[in-house]
Design a protein around this ligand. Structure first.
Ligand code: ADP
Length: 365
């Protein structure tokens, strides 16, 4: 199949409510998906992801704001008037039709001539690697193959934009990993602007060029997976994208080279001065894999900020061991890389936890 024209999708101040405005589901959504981008809408259940995706497809109508596709406002255009392809979570294949007829369906509806249909369906099945299954019916295929049929059926109409609603959630873990690579490579081959919904941060991080993290109908942050992981702008994003230690508290002094942070549960921590820090209510966030851990009385590297703790729990995960360490009233997670021959810190042992100040983020609360 040929490369498709790359189109931008833009939401400007979009708001959507139900019950005459009483239930606000999307609030002031502003985002621009660049031409050819693979873009994820990531968030917990009920955050408004599907509502936004269905709104782009035309199945939901927003009351406020504009939806622009290729620069044109398509707010009032019904779904069948938009050239947007959507793959549903359930795949929604016709059970009584062959795979070939399922894929051909949209082209037959558009009254294309038989030769063109034959060529396009052949190319789409070839692209998803299902040529030899053309005469089967959906229930004679595995979940992963059905998913590919759903994709082929959608891309065969050459939509301007491809929308995927939790595309991998019906597949088992191993197939999910394989399919997400296939999906990514298919999207690159076609160059089609793609927006997909997922509640799985690993799925979003491994596949998306950029993503929008949503919560409570609001885009909390927008950016590349690495930017969101490294520089979350609020506690919700820090917690949802990856695993983190989030300690709420108060910065009560920024002076000279030192920031004095008083954690609600951990007492005072003195950290080197950082340009982002303001005095006031603040949570500090740092990732478990950035924490150093030594036995209680060992020599401590002065390049770290140290806290005393006691191991509460340890979980061996092969590549690393995940420790839960009690510090004051808080529990801190520390992941320590594992090499064969290493023996873990035992439960209840006294340890020192070293925070790498360059990895600490200060988040307003
Ligand atoms: P997500 O896809 O992130 O799980 P949804 O977009 O499906 O979230 O739903 C967002 C919110 O909108 C939920 O709280 C849901 O209950 C609400 N919602 C969805 N559809 C309707 C509807 N037709 N009427 C009222 N509330 C709805």
């Amino acid at each position: 199949m040929k490369q498709l024209k790359k189109i931008a999708v833009e939401c400007r101040n979009i708001g959507l409510s139900y019950d005459g405005g009483k239930t606000e589901v999307l609030r002031d959504i502003n985002l621009r998906v660049e031409p050819g981008e693979f873009f994820a809408l990531l968030g917990p259940s009920g955050s408004g992801k599907s509502t936004l995706l269905r709104l782009i497809a035309g199945f939901n109508q927003h009351q406020r704001g504009q939806l622009l596709v290729d620069g044109k406002d398509i707010t009032g255009v019904p779904p069948y008037g938009r050239n947007i392809g959507m793959v549903f979570q359930s795949y929604a294949l016709w059970p009584h039709m062959t795979i070939w007829d399922n894929v051909a369906f949209g082209l037959v509806e558009r009254r294309m001539d038989r030769a063109t249909i034959k060529q396009k369906v052949g190319a789409a099945l070839d692209l998803v690697g299902l040529t030899q299954y053309a005469n089967r019916r959906p229930n004679q295929l595995s979940g992963g193959q059905q998913q590919r049929v759903a994709l082929a059926r959608t891309i065969v109409i050459e939509p301007q934009v491809l929308l995927l609603d939790e595309p991998l959630s019906n597949l088992d873990k191993k197939l999910r990993v394989q399919m997400r690579e296939e999906l990514r490579s298919l999207q690159r081959t076609l160059g089609i602007t793609t927006i997909f919904v997922t509640h799985d941060q690993e799925e979003a991080m491994t596949t998306a060029d950029r993503m929008a993290v949503m919560d409570k109908g609001v885009v909390q942050q927008l950016g590349t997976p690495a930017a969101l992981f490294d520089y979350p702008s609020n506690p919700f994003v820090a917690n949802f994208v990856g695993t983190t230690n989030l300690l709420p508290g108060h910065v009560d002094h920024v002076g000279g080279d030192v920031v004095r942070f008083r954690g609600n549960d951990v007492g005072e921590i003195r950290l080197p001065r950082h340009p982002d820090v303001r005095e006031g209510p603040t949570a500090i966030s740092f990732r478990p894999h950035t924490v150093r851990m030594v036995i209680g009385d060992a020599v401590r590297d002065p390049g770290y900020v140290w806290m005393d703790g006691a191991v509460e729990h340890c979980e061996f995960l092969g590549e690393f061991t995940r420790y839960r360490v009690r510090v004051g009233k808080a529990t801190i997670t520390a992941d320590q890389a594992h090499y064969s021959g290493m023996s873990p810190f035992s439960e209840r042992s006294a340890v020192g936890l070293g925070i790498d100040a360059t990895q600490v983020r200060y988040l307003p609360i």
